[in-house]
Design a binder for this molecule. Structure first.
Ligand code: F0G
Length: 482
């Protein structure tokens, strides 16, 4: 890694790339933002991109490509079957992960569908370090249950633990003993654990999980969608990884796993997905489903251009200078916010910076969606779009009661290689102002509430005129400024 020290002593993340293609941004004024948010029913998913200044909704499919990726896309070999582009990708996957079999799929959740259809049967159990929404849905659809066995540290909002994504080994042992190994479909480890704030697991923890799995003949499956962040954290936080290259750490990880799947919307700065498999029998079972759900075996629902971008992007993922910008920017943002007394998830993870709405707006009851209200308020004062990760993202119980989430987070995803430090400073500054004026933020209530996935389509209104008061205070303090 390039070790650049600053004369001032300040710790500033330094990009090891330059921007050569740009997209013009537009920052609507506060009145336009108020209108746009009202139209979107205070749901950031329903905002139109043209009304958004900094899009921090997700890091999925919005990471910046390199010149090498763009160049490769122009040379893609288009064909339904047998495209050279596919074979190049397959070769790169085998080189990086050291497994014999690969199957393409159109994105991460498509891999989850295939894996669950083959491996999950009614009554089977899938233990994991933490669930992801689409993963859980596919396992439940096939009659299985998810058992989350994170460590106590994992769900502490503020912590100094370097590996909050670790799986609790004694809980895993107890679970297997209690249910019998034949009931366990597989153990799933998620790299850069998304829903607890992009937190990594350690190589040591993965090896210990592997030992348990091997002794009980239980397959170990890795969700590698957020692998690049996890690799970065292993490299800088874990002693045994310090003298290993990123490619070597990757191989250590994959040597411990039976199946690795990923969303290439995150891993490899492209779009698409794939499943890497060690054993031929499992490969044959998955293979049958690919033409049915994805596409022919040499494209799996992806365009050849995306596959070219993936091949190069996977190669770039093995270069620390290419993957460190995301986690370093997130650490910068989290540290700067914490320094101002603003509650954030610590230590900083990958994927994005997570504001703790439970404390940011502690006066808003969970039934009025504090993280959703904070997302709406932040957009009003900055044009920044984040994603609610709290009670609003849960589903009501059968009797209509709210399922209160254990965390109320506003996720501000930092797409890789996309934003500049000054844009981050703008975000920090506006969040700081909002924190100083947090007493003005009020709750939200649904006026259109879908039964399933309400966070995607639902519409909400403020419980009082708090948004008008917030906008008025903003104008008072910022005058003509956007
Ligand atoms: N696994 C993890 C850990 C993910 O974060 C995601 C997607 C998926 C699987 C599904 O992949 O979107 O390609 O089908 N996460 C996105 C997000 C949606 O915004 O966090 P996909």
């Amino acid at each position: 890694m390039s070790e650049v020290r600053f004369f001032s002593g300040e710790q500033i993340p330094l990009e090891m790339h330059k921007v050569r293609i740009i997209q013009k941004l537009y920052l609507p004024d506060v009145d336009q933002r108020f209108l746009a948010m009202t139209e979107a029913g205070n749901n950031t998913f329903l905002l139109r991109n043209r009304d958004v200044f900094l899009d921090m909704l997700t890091d999925s499919g919005v990471n910046a490509m390199s010149d090498r990726q763009q160049a490769a896309m122009l040379m893609a070999d288009d064909s339904y079957a047998g495209s050279e582009t596919y074979f190049k990708l397959e070769q790169k996957i085998k080189e990086i992960f050291g497994m014999d079999y690969f199957l393409p799929a159109h994105q991460g959740r498509a891999c989850e569908n295939i894996i669950s259809k083959v491996m999950v049967t009614p009554g089977s159990i899938v233990p994991m370090n933490y669930h992801f929404t689409t993963t859980k849905a596919h396992i439940l659809l096939n009659g299985g249950v998810v058992e989350e066995i994170f460590t106590d540290e994992g769900i502490k909002v503020e912590s100094s633990h370097p590996f909050k994504g670790n799986l609790d080994l004694s809980k895993l042992n107890r679970l297997i003993e209690h249910n019998g190994p034949e009931k366990i479909a597989f153990v799933r480890m998620e790299a850069g654990t998304n829903l607890i704030g992009g937190q990594p697991f350690s190589l040591e923890n993965l090896a210990q999980v592997r030992d348990i799995c091997r002794s009980q003949s239980i397959p170990l499956v890795l969700d590698a969608s957020l692998l690049s962040d996890n690799l970065y954290f292993m490299k800088i936080r874990e002693e045994q990884c310090q003298n290993l290259s990123i490619a070597e750490i990757t191989r250590r990880i994959s040597d411990l796993c039976d199946i690795i799947y990923f969303s290439a919307r995150k891993l490899s700065f492209a779009r698409g997905g794939g499943i890497v498999i060690r054993d031929e029998q499992t490969y044959r079972k998955f293979q049958e489903l690919i033409p049915l759900y994805e596409g022919f075996l040499t494209y799996g629902g992806m365009s050849v251009r995306e596959m070219e971008a993936m091949t190069v992007g996977l190669d770039e993922t093995m270069d620390l200078d290419m993957i460190n910008q995301g986690p370093q920017f997130i650490a910068y943002m989290a540290d700067e916010l914490a320094r101002r007394g603003i509650p954030v998830v610590t230590p900083a993870g990958g994927l994005g910076c997570h504001l703790d709405a439970m404390r940011f707006v502690s006066h808003i009851p969970q039934q009025q969606y504090p993280a959703g209200a904070l997302a709406s308020a932040l957009y009003l004062v900055s044009g920044i779009r984040g994603m609610e990760r709290g009670t609003l993202s849960e589903q009501r119980g059968e009797d209509g009661t709210e399922t209160l989430s254990s965390m109320e987070l506003l996720r501000l995803a930092i797409p890789r290689r996309v934003y500049t430090l000054s844009q981050l400073k703008y975000a920090i500054d506006r969040i700081h102002w909002l924190y100083e004026n947090r007493s003005l933020i009020g709750g939200l209530s649904f006026y259109e509430e879908p039964k399933v996935l309400r966070f995607f389509f639902g519409k909400l209104k403020p419980v009082s005129d708090w948004q008008q008061r917030l906008v008025a205070k903003f104008k008072e303090d910022f005058g003509d400024s956007l």
